[in-house]
Design a protein around this ligand. Structure first.
Ligand SMILES: [Zn+2]
Length: 417
């Protein structure tokens, strides 16, 4: 970041602090409890977790106290998916909603989507912000939104073909599922006009093996982006290089280790964000739970904004410690997707009678002999032994949205020998 940009960011943080100290009971309460307030530096503020916001909302239903303005000023309520605990309601004012719209429009522009595009939204519109904000962004740049909610995969494929959609927007898991159905039903030609697959919601599309599988299957570019209901759409794709960028005029970016200190250069850490211009439901130093690599390098294309090489490489809540090693399911997925004939998979963490934790990987393989190759890759890349159980293609369950491929059956500590 340039020295001028740092000064601008600090000024914005100071304004934000002034605003929340005056008007936001939740933020004022937690800062005052630590003797902090207007004039505090960003790095002095306590990192904020989703749990704190959820607890506040439970104590003060239905919206909690993290509100800078009277409830009447808010125009949108969405909720988090609740994959890790209770869902959280997040409110936006009309101004904040315009911010979402502009951020999504920016991501789409960078991804090369324009007014001539017809974008198929391959999901149902639920309470999650992603769907609505995506549609707003498309409206802002003048693209055509093709809603595919409430349809089967076959109906979606046929619609994509009939309207000549140029882009499909979905989770990476669903993009792979759609391909599978297209092949099964001999509907591959419905995807002929698709030039881009816009992925979101899971780390998958940042994994090189998943990305190239989507690109080869669709014969289209696979574009990743990232966002969170609580923090906003923070990650836009690097149009030339790989990975994601974070717009630093909109977000103060920190990458912290488990001790909540800056992660060393080149190491993984948790992405901690402060959206600078969304004020209705502000989050200061928000722990996103997304694991990224702390790199101070510029991206290969030389863009100014902070670069996250490899995008989101995992989630803190996904990480499992097996015999002292941090194991990310996304790293296992990357190894699986590198085997051309692999299909769906399921990872189970479990405890042996001896008390040692182990990893079992059930994976659909066309040739059982590939299990050995996979095991060797895991040993080399993850440094752990993974028990591989090859299963016949089509046997494991398929899901439409975010996949649940991880089962944690490990015994609690007190039950161990
Ligand atoms: Zn770049």
């Amino acid at each position: 970041m340039s020295p001028v940009a740092v000064v601008e960011r600090d000024e914005r943080v100071a304004e934000l602090l002034e605003l929340v100290m005056e008007r936001n009971a939740f933020q004022r309460g937690r800062l005052e409890a630590l003797g902090l307030g207007t004039g505090s530096r960003l790095e002095d503020l306590p990192p904020l977790t989703k749990l704190e916001l959820v607890a506040d909302q439970e104590r003060n239903p239905p919206f909690g106290t993290n509100l800078t303005f009277p409830v009447d000023a808010y125009t949108h309520v969405h909720q988090t998916s609740g994959t890790t605990g209770r869902p959280l309601r997040v409110l936006d004012t009309a101004d904040d909603w315009r911010w979402w719209r502009a951020r999504f429009a920016h991501t789409l522009e960078v991804a090369g989507v324009g007014s001539a595009d017809r974008v198929a939204l391959a999901y149902s519109f639920g309470p999650h912000i992603q769907f609505w904000a995506a549609k707003e962004g498309l409206q802002e740049i003048g693209s055509m939104s093709v809603a595919l909610g409430g349809m089967t995969s076959v109906q979606r494929l046929k619609t994509i073909g009939e309207v000549g959609a140029t882009a499909v927007w979905c989770t990476p898991t669903y993009a792979l599922r759609l391909l599978e159905v297209a092949i099964e039903q001999r509907l591959e030609s419905t995807l002929d006009t698709v030039e881009r697959v816009l992925c979101t919601g899971e780390p998958g599309a940042s994994l090189p093996a998943v990305q190239s599988r989507i690109e080869e299957g669709f014969e289209a570019r696979c574009v990743d982006h990232a966002g969170l209901t609580e923090a906003g759409p923070f990650g836009y794709p690097c149009p030339d290089g790989h990975g994601l960028h974070v717009d630093e005029r909109e977000f103060a970016v920190e990458i912290l280790g488990e001790d909540m200190q800056a992660a060393p250069g080149g190491e993984r850490g948790e992405l901690v964000l402060t959206p600078l211009n969304r004020t209705g439901f502000p989050v200061l130093r928000y722990r996103t739970g997304d694991i990224v690599v702390n790199s101070d390098e510029r991206c290969p294309a030389g863009h100014d904004d902070r670069w996250l090489p490899g995008g989101i490489v995992g989630r803190t809540d996904d990480m499992v410690v097996i015999r002292g090693m941090n194991v990310y399911p996304s790293a296992i997925e990357e190894a699986v997707r590198n085997i051309d004939s692999s299909g769906e998979f399921r990872i189970t963490f479990y405890t042996e009678p001896s008390g040692l934790d182990e990893v079992k990987l059930e994976v659909e393989l066309e040739e059982g002999s590939e299990a050995r190759r996979l095991q060797e890759t895991m040993r080399q890349q993850l440094g752990i032994r993974v028990r591989i159980v090859p299963v016949a293609p089509g046997l494991l369950p398929r899901e439409e949205g975010k996949a649940r491929r991880v089962v944690d059956d490990r015994a609690p500590r007190w039950q161990r020998p």
